[in-house]
Design a protein around this ligand. Structure first.
Ligand SMILES: [Cu+2]
Length: 166
């Protein structure tokens, strides 16, 4: 993860240095670099939500891998779903007593580095569905809208599963 972030930062620096030079050149363009910069490409992989037992309906949890093939870092800033009253971006971590706790992510958003990815996975970052309309049943799915600072909004279908996909 560390080296991917660094590669992202270096790439970003490289693009910032190269772009003014391109703009000044006589019609000579580098289409790949330009379109890349204007349209960061976000793709979602391995999205899933854990099924909730009938007895403890209330909140759900969503995991996924967010890939950014663009040359600009992006941020997941908000999510919403008709399955829940509202959604929050959370992070699970161990406190000083060895107890797992979750809280809102620092800064309220999740960074997706340029040329890298953000992993939302058990015991780490996740999207919390607060006040589920109905319990989440394994084998069903629900739409989830992700809002990115650069890439804008996209809606994906999240499958509900009992266990993490391979
Ligand atoms: Cu949470």
């Amino acid at each position: 993860m560390k080296h991917i972030r660094w590669r992202g930062v270096l790439l970003l620096v490289a693009v910032v240095l190269v772009l003014p030079a391109c703009a000044g050149a006589t019609g000579e363009e580098t289409p790949a670099a330009q379109s890349d910069t204007l349209q960061p490409t976000i793709t979602i992989e391995k999205a899933w939500s854990r099924s909730t037992p009938d007895m403890m309906a209330g909140s759900g949890i969503v995991y996924m891998t967010i890939n950014n093939s663009g040359s600009q870092a992006d941020r997941l800033i908000a999510t919403k779903s008709p399955a829940a009253a509202f959604c929050e971006l959370h992070e699970t971590s161990m406190d000083e007593n060895g107890v797992m706790r979750m809280r809102g992510v620092k800064g309220g958003s999740i960074e997706v580095p340029a040329g890298g990815s953000a992993e939302l996975e058990p015991a780490g970052l996740h999207i919390m569905l607060i006040d589920l309309k109905t319990p989440l049943e394994s084998g069903t799915s629900f739409p989830l809208t992700l809002k990115f600072e650069q890439a804008g909004e996209m809606t994906i279908e999240v499958p509900v599963m009992e266990f993490a996909p391979e």
